[in-house]
Write a protein of this length. Structure first.
Length: 660
């Protein structure tokens, strides 16, 4: 997500204290604007605010929420100093001061750092300003004199003042309820360019996290963190997301960022240290699971990651005894170590100088388990009374499994905990139970618990099958000045599409289905060829089919030789499922209409890209692109987007195919 700036300056041509005129519009045009553009920072002055309303309200909002403020204090301009004072009273950093070289320093700011420019040639200072801005936005130094002189003062949390449009919030809620993970990625992409973009990304990221759409969630939360590297929620979420994606080092870094944030509560620290414990547990499990089966228990006991995970979970629970997740995990790791030590006494003893020392340590761990068991039981009892929650219920069942000598009691605990639970809850618990099973501990209790779990939900095999996504030019309208897809070349295109599909089948061993729009040209050819080859397709349209025919099929019929509407209707009749439709009409949502250089058809391109990527892993998606290989059109943008996500692209060059 690009950062946003607010420029505080006089307008037009004004005289300095010596009566010499400075053209401040020129300073922005030749110096400030180009410097921001070089760094990909968007923004301007209140003069560029076009929506109706109180400009002072807009000014206050921008001074508080802008990532960066650039203030030109070359002359005694009351508005500039007033706005600068507001900024420095609300935000502790990321304010850059400019001044013309020829004038005197304002007395009260004479000790502050400035970047000076030449009034006659402001562009000469462009590189210096770029460097200063870059250092500012990538640094963490307090530049507000207010916060320097009052170190106990806390900067305003700008996130509280970023108003996300209600319509956007409602759209995110609908997409989450319908589990439309592709639509959520589209919304995240669109939100980035708005002043409320960081909070829009936060809303989308929460929905993606809840739906376990971790690839999209990673991009959203990284966008939030790009706005504020120390954002607590972003770092917490990313710590979990990176772990689920197998990026433990990145997860560790996110944990460290979160722990280093000032003002953490005990509950915050418990949550963050639990995430660190989870990383160590993952490393521990990965390590011993790679060993031969007969060596796994020994490797699990000897692994240094076992102690690290145990200590982190224990420390997290000590931070906040209400954090039952940390407590139950600390108890589980203690029990695992104790049971493995009992089963493998020689491996346990090798850690110590004497057998007596090993025995004392074993006795100490048993007492610790007794104490931890009692405290965890109280923590869970309080949590379940305070606010019933499925994970608290599952933790209570896990506590019984770890401590009860009666398998029947364990079965009853799991039976009660699973009442009304979603299938994925049982899948999560199954993984933990299988860990005990593989290590050969708590055997009878584990058997009883597994007997109460419903059958495992099947991992979607569809994600492992290849999907073909097609995008291509429409047939040229009569009189098109530069040919792109002449109608007389249609059979050549048909054969090229057929050959590409057959090649994909041979390379991958099968194709689950194909996806394309329905425009007159490449789209219709793709659906027809797939039908001939016995491959089912899905029709993804930007509009309801009747409107779409009028917008993208019927206008391109030409002189009547191309029966495109009939062919489109034939595709509709053959579809196993109704077409997917992006919108009811061609109006962009109100919150999206001010996005520069963006239209309804571009939105459909992105919608198809993100929804296709939500169906399969990027390695199992191929894009067939029938296009002239130019980057500046919708098809070129489509190709670029999927390439960025690691999708295989099969280019079908119309230049080469049609000798254009």
């Amino acid at each position: 997500m690009d950062k946003r700036a607010f420029i505080v300056r006089p307008f037009g041509e004004k005289e300095d204290r010596n009566g010499v005129k400075i053209n401040f519009d020129k300073v922005e045009k030749d110096l400030i604007g180009p410097a921001l553009a070089k760094l990909g920072i968007e923004g301007g002055t209140t003069g560029e605010v076009v929506r109706a309303g109180n400009i002072r309200e807009d000014m206050f909002q921008l001074l508080l929420t802008a990532d960066l403020v650039v203030a030109d204090v070359s002359i005694d301009n009351a508005n500039v100093f007033y706005e600068l004072g507001i900024r420095q009273a609300l935000r502790d950093k990321w304010t850059v001061l400019l001044r013309c070289k020829a004038d005197k320093f304002p007395f009260d700011l004479s000790t502050d750092r400035y970047l000076e420019y030449d009034r006659d040639n402001p562009a000469a200072s462009l590189n210096d300003l770029v460097e200063a801005l870059n250092e500012t936005i990538n640094g963490d130094m307090t530049d507000s004199p207010v916060f320097k002189l009052l170190p106990a003062l806390k900067a305003q949390d700008h996130k509280r003042f970023l108003a996300v449009p209600t319509e956007f919030r409602e759209t995110v809620d609908r997409a989450m309820t319908s589990q439309l993970t592709g639509d959520l990625e589209l919304l995240a992409d669109e939100a980035r360019d708005f002043e409320w973009g960081s909070e829009g990304l936060r809303l989308v990221g929460r929905a993606q996290f809840q739906l376990k759409a971790f690839i999209g969630a990673r991009r959203s939360w990284e966008g939030v963190r790009n706005f504020d590297p120390d954002d607590l929620e972003a770092n917490q979420k990313l710590a979990t997301i990176y772990q689920r994606l197998g990026r433990l080092s990145d997860s560790d870094l996110a944990v460290e960022r979160a722990l280093n944030r000032k003002g953490l509560t005990n509950s915050d620290r418990a949550e963050i240290r639990s995430l660190r414990g989870s990383n160590e547990k993952t490393r521990w499990r990965d390590e011993w699971e790679k060993a031969p089966p007969e060596q796994q228990r020994l490797q699990a006991l000897r692994s240094g990651y076992l102690s690290k995970a145990l200590n982190e979970y224990g420390a997290a629970f000590e931070e906040d005894l209400n954090h039952h997740y940390a407590g139950i995990n600390a108890l589980a790791m203690c029990v695992i170590q104790a049971r493995l030590a009992e089963a493998l006494p020689e491996a346990w003893v090798e850690r110590f100088d004497t057998d007596e020392e090993a025995q004392r340590e074993s006795d100490a761990w048993r007492k610790k388990i007794e104490t931890l068991t009692a405290v965890v039981e109280l923590s869970l009892r309080a949590a379940r009374k305070r606010q019933p929650d499925i994970w608290a219920e599952m933790s209570e069942a896990a506590r019984v499994l770890l401590t009860s000598p009666r398998p029947a009691r364990v079965a009853a605990a799991y039976r009660d905990a699973l009442i009304g639970a979603e299938p994925f809850v049982a899948d999560v618990e199954r993984r933990q139970l299988q860990l005990y099973e593989r290590l050969g501990i708590l055997t009878e209790n584990v058997k009883s618990a597994l007997g109460e779990l419903p059958p495992a939900t099947k991992t979607s095999e569809l994600r492992k099958q290849r999907i073909l996504l097609f995008v291509g030019h429409m047939l040229d309208q009569p009189g098109r000045p530069i040919p792109r897809f002449p109608p007389e070349k249609e059979e050549i295109a048909r054969q090229a599409i057929r050959d590409a599909i057959l090649a994909e089948q041979n390379d991958t061993g099968g194709i689950a289905y194909g996806i394309a729009g329905g425009a007159n040209g490449g789209d219709i050819l793709f659906h027809e060829v797939c039908a001939e080859l016995g491959i089912r397709t899905e029709l993804w349209l930007p509009l309801p089919s009747d409107q779409y025919v009028q917008a993208a099929v019927q206008p391109y019929v030409g002189k009547g030789t191309n029966k495109s509407v009939e062919r489109f209707n034939q595709i509709l009749r053959q579809l196993p499922t109704p077409p997917r439709c992006m919108a009811d009409d061609r109006e962009l949502p109100r919150w999206l209409r001010t996005k520069a250089g963006y239209d309804f058809w571009q939105r459909h391109t992105l919608w198809m890209v993100y929804n296709a990527l939500s169906k399969v892993d990027s390695g199992n998606l191929s894009l067939l692109a029938l296009w002239n290989e130019e980057e500046g059109n919708a098809t070129g943008d489509f190709v670029r987007r999927v390439k960025e996500r690691g999708v295989k692209v099969v280019p079908l060059s119309t230049r080469q195919l049609f000798n254009l």
